[in-house]
Design a binder for this molecule. Structure first.
Ligand SMILES: Cc1cc2nc3c(=O)[nH]c(=O)nc-3n(C[C@H](O)[C@H](O)[C@H](O)COP(=O)(O)OP(=O)(O)OC[C@H]3O[C@@H](n4cnc5c(N)ncnc54)[C@H](O)[C@@H]3O)c2cc1C
Length: 438
């Protein structure tokens, strides 16, 4: 297999860059970033103009804005509105190169990554490989239910939900029809809350017009939460407000409801209660991607790689792990698997790489919590920012503004804004196509 770092194409790129910044390419260190998510992309941008060559690897050719995936799953947005090709995002960065490859392993001693297309050498490595859905060993859930982590999964949910309505229209048996129209969302974190709210609104504000013979009494959206609270990190008043708002939007919130199994037709809860439902969406847990177990580095809770406060891996000062894949505690608690952590870690990792180039000692990462937000459908959200909690329309507007600002690319911002405005005024969802068979 070819060594990608020394391939002809890479050599040509490196020679081109020599004329642009710093010392000749051959003398410049190579920073390899694995992952074009929140952390990886931020790190690549922060290395603009640095006297290094940046090589980014990702198994996808795009950066995905995961916080809006649930809107793809509920027919509100098209996937290309929340994603953008990495090459397009960073094409003006002269010391940057992208390769679409799947990383499969790491040889820290040789300073090489293993990929499906051959080895990639690095001088400094930033692992920003993110997370995946944690099913906590419940093997039947991914088999019969749906996770929500990437574009194909969101599209599968959209197709499946819409198809249940088509099937329900053809189903003469009342019991089977109710099971087709029962949608179970598991997990009372932000993703579960947002998903349940959006699903209920899709049905009650939009699909009800497409299916005039639909009896809304047959439709149930349930949000199952194993503990006694939604949105755990928020103060009690906001948690209460979120539960009440969901109730007003016809979502049945069930606390102390732990899913034990699912066979595609029946959700089994601990305590032996059974809920007949043809749809189960799992938003109950996250862990680091399985790749972290194959890197030969120690792993900790949720498969995350423990890092020093400098974000370096112990005994490998040239390897940084950031974002969802990194395990670091602040005030005795693991840092959450959230976008702001990944973004801020990227800044610190790049600062430390730049400092290492000049021989300066590394700095420690310090997390500044920007607060948290969750929307519960139109005009409703809860926000907790700098110790101040607010709900309802003001929180919803803050949620809209924050998400539009964070989306990558003017075109995406514009189209998402247009979509939202259209939905808001006309009670429509643009992406109501069933695009695949079962
Ligand atoms: C549905 C959903 C909703 C969310 N909502 C919010 C929210 O509202 N607010 C918030 O702060 N956070 C939210 N999050 C969490 C947030 O998206 C993550 O914390 C953030 O994406 C972590 O950034 P990261 O850079 O660590 O990883 P990611 O952004 O996940 O990027 C990882 C990248 O690594 C690539 N990769 C992985 N393995 C390999 C491999 N073997 N080879 C090559 N490439 C690989 C992936 O393709 C991906 O591009 C949400 C997550 C999900 C799934």
């Amino acid at each position: 297999m070819a060594d990608l770092t020394t391939s002809t194409e890479a050599g040509a790129v490196l020679r081109d860059q020599a004329a642009v910044v710093g010392p000749p390419a051959a003398q410049r260190p190579t920073v390899v970033i694995v992952g074009a998510g929140f952390g990886g992309l931020r790190a690549a941008r922060a290395l603009r103009g640095a006297p290094v060559d940046v090589v980014m690897l990702d198994r996808h050719n795009y950066h995905l804005f995961q916080p809006l995936l649930y809107q793809v799953a509920t027919a509100g947005l098209e996937p290309e509105q929340i994603a953008k090709p990495v090459r397009a995002i960073l094409r003006r960065q002269r010391n940057f190169e992208f390769r679409m490859v799947e990383v499969t392993g790491l040889d820290p001693a040789a300073r090489r990554l293993t990929t499906a297309e051959g080895p990639v050498a690095y001088d400094h490595l930033i692992l920003a490989v993110g997370g995946e859905t944690n099913y906590f060993g419940l093997e039947n859930i991914p088999r019969h239910g749906f996770g929500l982590k990437d574009v194909p999964e969101a599209i599968r949910i959209r197709n499946h939900v819409l198809r249940q309505f088509e099937r329900a229209m053809l189903e003469p048996n009342a019991e089977r029809r109710r099971a087709l129209l029962t949608f179970v969302v598991v997990g009372g974190g932000p993703t579960g809350v947002e998903m349940a709210g959006a699903l209920s609104e899709l049905i009650r504000l939009v699909l009800v017009k497409d299916y005039p013979r639909l009896n809304l009494k047959d439709v149930r959206v349930l949000l199952l939460e194993a503990t006694d609270r939604l949105l755990a990190p928020m103060p009690p008043r906001l948690r209460q407000a979120a539960a009440e708002t969901l109730g007003r939007k016809h979502v049945e919130v069930r606390f102390g409801a732990t899913v034990a199994d699912y066979d595609g037709a029946r959700v089994l809860l601990k305590g032996d209660e059974v809920i007949p439902a043809r749809t189960l969406i799992w938003a109950a847990g996250a862990k680091a991607v399985s790749l972290t177990a194959r890197l030969g580095l120690p792993t900790s809770r949720q498969g995350r790689v423990p890092v020093e406060p400098t974000l370096r891996v112990p005994e490998h000062p040239e390897i940084y792990v950031i974002g969802d894949a990194a395990y670091l505690e602040a005030d005795g608690e693991p840092l959450p698997m959230m976008a702001p952590v990944a973004l801020q870690m990227a800044d610190t990792a790049v600062t430390n790489i730049r400092r290492s180039l000049t021989g300066a000692p590394p700095v420690a990462f310090r997390y500044r919590d920007p607060g948290s937000l969750a929307t519960i459908g139109r005009n409703a959200a809860v926000a907790y920012i700098r110790g101040i909690g607010f709900t309802g329309f003001p929180a919803w507007v803050v949620w809209l503004v924050v998400h539009i600002i964070q989306l990558i690319g003017f075109r995406n911002k514009l189209f998402v804004l247009l979509n939202w405005a259209w939905d808001y005024f006309f009670f429509e969802r643009a992406a109501r196509l069933i695009t695949t068979m079962d």
